[in-house]
Ligand binder design. Structure first.
Ligand SMILES: C[S@@+](CC[C@H](N)C(=O)[O-])C[C@H]1O[C@@H](n2cnc3c(N)ncnc32)[C@H](O)[C@@H]1O
Length: 184
């Protein structure tokens, strides 16, 4: 069954190369999948679905008792994501919400065990602060592009590293990387 997910991931990688879609890609994607396998979250929130590549990567590490809520501002991308996610036959329940994360996050109920931030880099801190009351001790926040776009998310990196609210570290992957922050 997960072979289907791998197939869809390879298809998206090819189309992303052709159309310059900013997916997380195989290198940082493998690191993200490893974190998901390590932390085994039951509820995941993703900001920035695009066409579902990272959602599928996360989902293929989880079982049918897990749930992923993913937010995408561009309707046509969200529609493409829904199709890709369905074709990938991953086990968790996935809810793709169309809208601006700043409007959607306050309406979300319950708490999240893992958050993947991959929308506009300059909005990471705003989104994290909106999500913070839905985290618990041990929740993990993974921020993409924390190497190549560190300059656009300086406020975010400063907050997770120095606020005393997170244990945070950077994973370098090629020219870029992930910032992984565990809520204290
Ligand atoms: C880098 S792409 C996401 C890539 C995707 N996570 C992956 O790895 O396959 C960023 C996406 O975030 C979306 N986005 C940007 N700002 C947003 C916001 N405020 N709320 C929701 N989605 C947003 C963009 O439309 C775009 O599709």
């Amino acid at each position: 069954m997960l072979e289907r997910a791998e197939e869809i991931l390879r298809q998206i990688e090819k189309s992303a190369e052709r159309s310059y879609l900013p997916i997380i890609g195989p290198l940082r994607g493998r690191a993200l999948a490893k974190l998901v396998a390590q932390f085994k979250p039951k509820r995941v929130l993703e900001v920035g679905t695009l066409i579902g590549y990272s959602t599928i990567l996360i989902g293929k590490e989880l079982g049918s008792d897990a749930e992923i809520v993913t937010i995408e501002i561009r309707r046509e991308k969200a529609e493409a994501a829904r199709k890709n996610i369905e074709k990938a036959e991953i086990k968790p329940k996935v809810q793709v919400i169309v809208g601006d994360a700043s409007d959607v996050i306050p309406r979300l109920k319950g708490r999240f065990d893992l958050v993947f931030l991959d929308g506009h880099k300059s909005e990471y801190l705003k989104h994290l602060k909106m999500i913070e009351n839905k985290l618990h001790r041990g929740s993990v926040v993974v921020a993409d592009n924390a190497g190549a776009f560190a300059y656009s998310m300086r406020d975010y990196l400063n907050y997770v590293r120095n606020s005393g609210r997170y244990e945070s570290h950077f994973i370098q992957l090629g020219e870029d990387g992930l910032e992984v922050s565990v809520k204290l």
